[in-house]
Design a protein around this ligand. Structure first.
Ligand code: HEM
Length: 497
């Protein structure tokens, strides 16, 4: 069944069984929520569907509009589910700091309720002991300052491969996001397994992998009758759970063979020349099962590639639209660089370039409403009651474009960050593209390094043009809502030296 975000086929609700069950459920839930005093305000819900129809195709924009009318904390009904959306720095601070513990749960969408649910690793788990030890292991083995420094040569090597490849396509139209995706997957797969998973020349394989990863994300956020009316969850009426199972199984194959091979090498005590201990060795030493490792790899691939690729794509779109800003960045990079290549040690000197990255993350936060949280217990936010199990979004997109917070908020103006102390470390609640509190993005340091080096190298090495003499000032910047906020029309560019 073809579904788009918040515009699902409502016919599904009109099969007699589903209709009768949902009606009963609706009244039970309606009675429950009306008995909860002091819910945040919001638009009046319709019977059964609640406010689903009002969230339309772009729920981040729809809820931002409701916030203008009802205030920084609103409540919406999606079927039997209550959704609370925080849309101001104060509301975000209360969710991510004051009530961080109570609101630190995650609700696993029905489409991800698979038999291997126990193996879900970081983002889908509530903050239990297992989550803590997993995050600690990732922090130590993947994201510590020392390990990120140790990965510098690898990042450089993968970036150089990408630039060589681009040199052979000069003058042709390139889907730059797919090249960056392959580069990031290979960087990650080397950190995890000491091997490349993709070949820059095989854009079909990259496309298939990217398609499946994005499909899992899309299925997870597609409005699903099973989530809004859990009583019919087992029926998987929209087939999203089945579809995800298919994609997850296919994706798991990428790592499954490598994990089994390494296990065999270890048990047969085979010494592989030049092998340095990698993340897989650490996971095996810590007794992770093959299934757990497969799922973790998927999670890191999902969280660590699409976020960076999409941010670079938005930054490139803004720079190509704003020629003067692009010239200023190019001049700065040329002036401050110590060698002909971008070295990671130079990155902190590029004040204007780094301001461009921040400005991109302000206007186009790649995770627009953060990863939805769930109230583990009833709590208070801005003096309103958040009932247990309510889903909570922090609308980072709305905060980034709030005229009460930012001057001329819809204009791309990197200067606003020059000389400003505002940073994305999760403490300045007007600018939280990586989230905040205990669920804040653990991949921030490596994500930012990749973002800076790839973007700076592309700016320094090439001039970019839009194909067919398109006018850059009229570039289509339409967004496509999802767990990550994509550019609806992928950016196609021609590179010239
Ligand atoms: C531009 C780059 C990136 C951005 C903007 C970004 C943003 C985010 C955001 C907003 C969250 C949710 C935080 C919350 O709910 O409060 C998140 C979670 C997460 N990110 Fe990132 N991320 C990026 C790169 C990465 C990278 C490179 C990795 C790993 C390789 C990564 C791994 C994760 C994981 C595992 C979580 C789940 C954390 C949890 O639920 O406890 N991210 N990220």
């Amino acid at each position: 069944m073809e579904t788009t975000l918040f515009s699902m086929d409502f016919n599904i609700l009109f099969s007699p069984f589903v209709f009768a069950t949902t009606l009963v459920l609706f009244f039970l839930v309606h009675t429950y929520y009306t008995s909860v005093k002091n819910l945040p305000p919001g638009p009046r819900p319709w019977p059964i569907i609640g406010n689903m129809h009002q969230m339309a195709k772009n729920p981040h924009m729809a809820s931002a509009n409701f916030a203008k009318k009802y205030g920084p904390l609103i409540s919406l009904r999606l079927g039997t589910r209550l959704l609370v959306v925080a849309s101001s720095p104060e509301a975000a601070r209360e969710v991510l700091k004051t009530q961080d513990r109570q609101l630190s749960g995650r609700s696993i969408p029905d489409s991800l309720q698979q038999t291997f649910i126990d193996y879900y690793f970081v983002w889908a788990r509530d903050c239990n002991e297992h989550w803590k030890s997993c995050r600690a292991l990732c922090r130590l083995e993947l994201f510590s300052i020392k390990t990120i420094e140790a990965q510098t040569n690898l990042r450089n090597e993968k970036l150089t491969n990408m630039l060589h490849f681009l040199n052979n396509t000069l003058g042709k139209v390139v889907k730059i996001e797919e090249l960056i995706f392959t580069t990031l997957i290979n960087t990650l797969s080397n950190i995890l397994f000491s091997k490349d998973f993709l070949d820059l020349k095989d854009d079909e394989a990259a496309h298939r992998l990217k398609f499946r990863l994005l499909k899992v994300l899309e299925n997870s956020i597609t409005p699903n009758v099973s989530d809004f009316f859990p009583i019919v969850g087992g029926l998987d009426l929209q087939g999203l759970r089945k579809d995800n199972l298919n994609h997850l199984n296919e994706l798991a194959r990428f790592s499954d063979g490598v994990v089994k091979e390494r296990r065999a090498q270890i048990s047969k005590k085979i010494v592989v020349p030049d092998h340095k201990k990698d993340f897989l060795d650490r996971l095996l030493e810590n007794n992770f099962t093959t299934a757990q490792i497969n799922i973790l790899v998927l999670e890191l691939f999902i969280a660590g590639t699409d976020t960076v690729v999409t941010t670079i794509e938005w930054a490139m779109a803004e720079l190509i639209k704003n020629k003067e800003i692009m010239c200023k960045v190019k001049q700065e990079l040329k002036k401050e660089l110590n060698s002909s290549n971008v070295m990671e040690t130079d990155l902190s000197k590029f004040a204007y370039f780094n301001a461009c990255i921040k400005e991109t993350l302000r206007l186009h936060p790649v995770v627009p409403v953060l990863i939805p949280r769930r109230a583990l217990e009833e709590c208070e936010v801005l003096n309103y009651t958040i009932p247990q199990n309510a889903q909570v979004w922090v609308n980072v997109w709305a905060i980034g474009r709030d005229p009460d917070v930012w001057e001329d908020p819809n204009t791309f103006k990197p200067e606003r960050f020059l000389g400003s102390k505002i940073d994305f470390t999760g403490h300045d609640y007007e600018f939280i593209p990586f989230g905040g509190g205990r669920r804040m993005c653990p991949g921030l340091p490596s994500g930012v390094k990749s973002l800076q080096t790839i973007l700076a190298s592309l700016i320094l090495e090439y001039d970019w043009f839009l194909p067919f003499d398109q006018d850059p000032t009229k570039l289509d910047m339409t967004e496509k809502f999802g767990v990550t906020l994509q550019k609806e029309k992928p950016l196609e560019l021609i590179f010239q030296r």
